[in-house]
Design a protein around this ligand. Sequence first.
Ligand code: HEC
Length: 125
Amino acid sequence: MKKLLLAGSLALLVFSCSKKGHKAAEGSPSETAGMTESGSKSLSGDQIIETLDCSGCHSVNERMVGPSYQEIADKYSEQDTEILASKIIEGGSGVWGNVPMAAHPQVSKEDAEKMVGYILSLKKK
Ligand code: HEC
């Protein structure tokens, strides 16, 4: 119950100030692990990312196997949400190089769009 309330207010927070990197004081990621299948409704985009394998290949500001989230944010805008969400679900390659992005068929479109929202919120000014 406490967790739900927490997640709800975090979601509000994300909505109300997603322009800035305000994320310093979020709850611990381990609390949300393992909730990907259908329990992710109340999670915000960055929390969903933490329950998946994304950070094996991406980090916020450093290029790893894939581009950093900031690079992605700089390249795209909100209009591209749908394209990026389907790329998360279906995978693909050729935009940043030949290394393919892994497909995530278990991720719902809604969750994918939330993750894209989070990634795009990291855009540098
Ligand atoms: C196996 C490594 C790997 C994993 C795991 C991975 N990615 Fe990627 N990702 C990549 C690579 C490589 C690219 C660049 C693909 C390209 O050049 O088209 C990429 C590209 C992207 C892009 C930009 C797509 C584009 O067309 O520009 C987004 C958004 C993204 N990843 C999000 C995610 C999210 C969210 C997750 C977790 C659900 C994730 N990635 C997991 C390797 C990975």
